[in-house]
Write a protein that binds this ligand. Structure first.
Ligand code: NDP
Length: 451
């Protein structure tokens, strides 16, 4: 009998099914379009089914069903289709990028049948799915314990530990994956801002790539830097031009960065870099805005060591903002998230895998969930702050928009700024709306008759 069904054999489903098969798990495959399933028939440890019912009935009990379909109504529709064939004790996993608030509803629906529902975050793209992704499962711990032997085997391994750990109840796994993507948006945009600054200094893609390669070590080493180094060296096979220069200057998204921003607003957490990264993607597509004024092309001198320091500091801010969301969500939703473990499973397999995660794991491991990355990075931050200031001010003077470097700077400055002027806000609020204020010289809440 088959050990697990993979429903949805698209880019991710096919790769993760292959990963399971490579590890010796017997996989039942089902895809809406059977022609896709057929391309996998005959592979070792795989049987593809035309009918969903047959795929589910081919499974050992309790049945383990791994859905890898687009988030939203498709997941509900798949659960509709699965309902007649599943029974008490079975485990349905939604491994797509679903919105975490949908999980509670789906979990309750299946729980009525005695069927367990797991919200499973998966990161690593197609290659990660095939060779070992980072996996963030949540829901019933009892159900997780029954699928752990598969998920922990197919996950990336780092220092002998799987990059898969039980995250917590309800949709916490999808939440953790969503914020992972928010951090990913920010880190990608920060690399872009370094790239665009070096371009403004007249550097070729090859020399920018060489600079990034020199950065890609120690605490700055990351998967995103390493792929960018390769991208900048890639030639278009037809024209032999740098391929990156032939790609249209407009980026798209599938919504997880936007969700992270929305959640941050609900949670009242400042994620200016994640938000800015999403806004930067919107701006790149805003034709009307981008062609409003005549173009100016300024030349900017760049000190690549200063740029490295600015990138390092801004990157720490991006991770700090993401992990503050985790810390707040843990309390707000009663999930009891282990931030050190989250950092630990991000160390390999996922898109934000980076050496920095070793430091983050250590910070939260030693100092607990309320820690700040600046507890450990204060010295670095103060040493790198002048570089960030120089890069941002030079960039702005030379018509180079660096929304995330700027956001990082304006996130850090208030940490040392004596006064923010919020006293004047409170006075204005009290003036027009009797919203009251507190005083520095007396206890209590006050209202002043301003006129
Ligand atoms: P693909 O578009 O490659 O595959 C989608 C799969 O879902 C296909 O098997 C498709 O079947 C099936 N499907 C689509 N619509 C329906 C429907 N109405 N009813 C039944 N089946 C349907 O997507 P991905 O594999 O890239 O993504 C799958 C999930 O994984 C998504 O939630 C995505 O956000 C998430 N994810 C993707 C990552 C990536 O890097 N691509 C990384 C991490 C998560 P058919 O062949 O019939 O169209």
């Amino acid at each position: 009998m088959n050990q697990i069904a993979v429903i949805g054999l698209g880019v991710m489903g096919k790769a993760i099914a292959q990963n399971m098969m490579n590890h010796g798990f017997r996989v039942a495959g089902y895809n809406r379009t059977y022609a896709v399933t057929e391309t996998m028939q005959g592979k070792e440890n795989f049987i593809g089914y035309k009918e969903l019912k047959d795929a589910i009935e081919s499974l050992e009990k309790p049945r383990k069903i791994f859905m890898m379909v687009p988030a939203g109504p498709v997941v509900d529709a798949m659960i509709d289709q699965l309902e007649p064939f599943v029974e008490a004790g079975d485990i349905v996993m939604d491994a797509g990028n679903s919105y975490f608030e949908d999980d509670a509803r789906r979990g309750k629906r299946l729980e009525k049948l005695g069927v367990h529902y797991l919200a499973v975050g998966v990161s690593g793209g197609e290659m990660g799915a095939l060779h070992g992704p980072s996996i963030m499962p949540s829901g019933s711990k009892k159900a997780y314990d029954q699928v752990a032997f598969i998920l922990e085997t197919i996950a990336a391994q780092k220092d002998g530990e799987p990059c898969c750990t039980y995250i917590g109840p309800e949709g916490s796994g999808h939440y953790v994956k969503m914020v992972h993507n928010g951090i990913e948006y920010a880190d990608m945009q920060l690399i872009v801002e370094a790239y665009i600054a070096m371009k403004a200094a007249g550097m070729s893609n090859q020399s920018i790539s060489d600079v990034l390669e020199s950065w890609n070590q120690g605490p700055l080493e990351s998967y995103l830097l390493s792929i960018t180094i390769k991208i900048l060296r890639e030639k278009d096979p037809d024209t032999q031009k740098d391929l990156v220069d032939l790609i249209v200057d407009a980026s798209s998204n599938k919504g997880t960065g936007k969700w992270t921003s929305q959640c941050a607003l609900v949670q009242d957490i400042n994620v200016s870099l994640i938000h800015g990264a999403y806004m930067a993607r919107l701006t790149s597509n805003d034709e009307k805005l981008r062609h409003r004024f005549p173009k100016v092309q300024s030349h900017m001198e760049i000190d690549t060591e200063q740029l490295r320091q600015a990138y390092f500091l801004a990157r720490v801010v991006a991770y700090e903002q993401g992990f503050r969301l985790y810390s707040d969500a843990s309390k707000r939703y009663g999930w009891d998230l282990n931030l050190s473990k989250i950092a630990s499973i991000f160390r390999a397999g996922c898109i934000i895998q980076a050496n920095l995660l070793e430091y983050i794991r250590d910070t939260f491991g030693r100092l607990g969930p309320d820690a700040s990355l600046f507890d450990d990075f204060e010295e670095m931050a103060l040493a790198h702050l002048p570089a960030l200031k120089t890069i941002v001010t030079n960039g702005l003077l030379h018509d180079i928009s660096m929304p995330l470097f700027t956001a990082a700077l304006t996130y850090i400055i208030p940490m040392q700024q004596v006064a923010l002027g919020a006293n004047l806000i409170q006075a204005q609020r009290d003036f027009f709306g009797a919203h009251t204020f507190k005083r520095v010289d007396k206890e209590g809440v006050f209202h002043h008759h301003w006129e």
